[in-house]
Design a protein around this ligand. Structure first.
Ligand code: KE4
Length: 431
């Protein structure tokens, strides 16, 4: 990597993109609005690396926001897709591949006895909310400030991710009537949840949360928080929903619910289970899932749901993740990265906190601790932007927002981590 970073072609392509697509992107966070500067236009990815259209190579810690956990374009996934392509791209009819991936998800995720595939995490969360309401006959839901559950109207209340990045706590176009039943509490605050149940007796369908937050930056649950929510929801006849779109098959093969030993009633999934192709899923207790059409009255449908290509990529990805030592490896290299970044921040005089669990990590430029979104917002966002740009110019591609998490993969090597830490030391010394 030579400085200054040459991004001529990225600039040309992104300038043209802004004329024909809102903000030049198909998902807001990609526009680098939160960190500023020229977004990088990707040309190709492989393993732990990405190359932009100007030929610059990066060690990639976004991994398409989670799906690339086995490394980008894993040859076994690509070959499986090539084979599947010969049989067609979409059936719109039942196919064996759906059974296979469904069985794998049911075998892996403690809460899932039955599952429905959809085409995105947003669709999974929209559907699971409708199911929560259908099953309980109640309308209200509790979500947590800074948690992001896709762009469904009822969730865009103090959401995280791109909404937090863009400072749009309530997006225009969301009818007040739709968000009134959405109650919010600070993450890790059981007392606040207890109070909401007290103020809304028998009206709350359920509680939905990221069991480890990735959309307000990386924020793990405090000890007892998940267990407390399990108890509170049971006591109040409400459902507990883990949105594991980001954490599913990343924190452990069975997700946060396996690693932390707390089983929700329903779970949403996405990203990893599609191996990089569009996918989402919601699943849980059989008595609840049996309400979903056509087995039951709760309607939900999708043209490309369960399509053979996404199923194929998901099956192969989960097969790769089943190999012994997978999660130990992810934890080892990500711990080295996270601890290294924190140590370097300390040595170069920057207040910082953060951590990692398995292949998911985060770093805040604040002394912390960060227990919730309010704490996260105390970070030095300007310093994060300078850090992001400095790392980018030296070939390290981090998520372009303080309110995102970082992701490693099985393709990241010790040498990649060493290289990343060496660059981080150079950048932090100059911040
Ligand atoms: P999608 O609709 O983007 O597939 O999934 C929505 C979603 C739901 N739940 C959780 C916990 C999520 O993290 C997401 C999506 N994550 C973001 C990353 N912060 C996707 C990146 C983007 O919006 O471009």
């Amino acid at each position: 990597m030579t400085l200054p970073l040459i991004t001529t072609k990225s600039e040309e392509i992104f300038a043209a993109a802004q004329k024909i697509m809102p903000g030049g992107v198909n998902s807001p966070v990609r526009a680098f609005k939160s960190v500023g500067g020229q977004p990088i236009v990707f040309d190709r990815v492989q393993g732990a690396y990405a190359w932009d259209v100007d030929g610059n190579q990066y060690i990639d810690y976004v991994g398409s926001w989670g799906p690339a956990i086995c490394g980008h374009a894993h040859p076994e996934v690509i070959n499986a897709l090539k084979e599947a392509l010969e049989k067609g791209t979409s059936f719109g009819a039942p196919c064996l591949l759906e059974n296979i991936l469904a069985e794998m998800v049911i075998d892996a995720v403690p809460s899932v006895e039955m599952v429905r595939f959809v085409n995105s995490g947003t669709e999974a969360c929209l559907s699971v909310l409708r199911l929560m309401r259908a099953f309980t006959g109640r309308e209200k839901l509790i979500k947590f400030e800074g948690c992001y559950h896709g762009h469904g109207d009822m969730f865009l209340v103090k959401a995280g991710s791109g909404v937090a990045t863009l400072g749009l706590p309530d997006s225009p176009g969301v009818p007040k009537a739709v968000t009134i039943p959405t109650l919010t509490a600070p993450y890790n605050d059981l007392e606040a949840v207890k109070q909401l149940f007290k103020e809304n007796p028998n009206e709350i369908a359920g509680v939905i949360l990221e069991p480890i937050v990735g959309n307000a930056g990386f924020i793990p649950p405090d000890g007892g928080f998940l267990e407390g929510l399990r108890l509170l929801t049971r006591e109040n006849g409400a459902l507990l929903v883990f949105d594991e779109v980001m954490t599913g098959f990343r924190i452990a093969y069975g997700g946060v619910q396996e690693k932390f030993g707390v089983t929700p009633d329903l779970t949403t999934l996405g990203k990893v289970i599609g191996g990089g192709l569009p996918v989402g899923a919601y699943g849980g207790r059989r008595d609840i899932m049996s309400m979903v059409a056509p087995a039951g009255p709760m309607y939900q449908a999708g043209t490309l749901s369960g399509n053979p290509l996404a199923m194929t990529a998901g099956i192969k990805t989960l097969e790769l993740l089943q190999k012994p030592g997978t999660y130990e490896y992810l934890d080892k290299i990500t711990k080295k990265l996270s601890n290294g970044l924190l140590q370097i921040a300390k040595e170069t005089g920057h207040a910082a906190c953060g951590g990692q669990i398995s292949g998911m990590f985060g770093l805040f430029f604040t002394s912390g601790p960060v227990h919730n979104y309010e704490d996260a917002k105390k970070s030095d966002l300007a310093k994060f932007s300078r850090f992001h740009r400095g790392m980018l110019e030296r070939g390290i591609y981090l998520a372009p927002s303080q309110f995102e998490a970082g992701f490693t993969s099985l393709a990241h090597t010790d040498e990649d981590i060493d290289q990343t830490l060496a660059v981080a030391r150079e950048v932090m010394s100059s911040l």
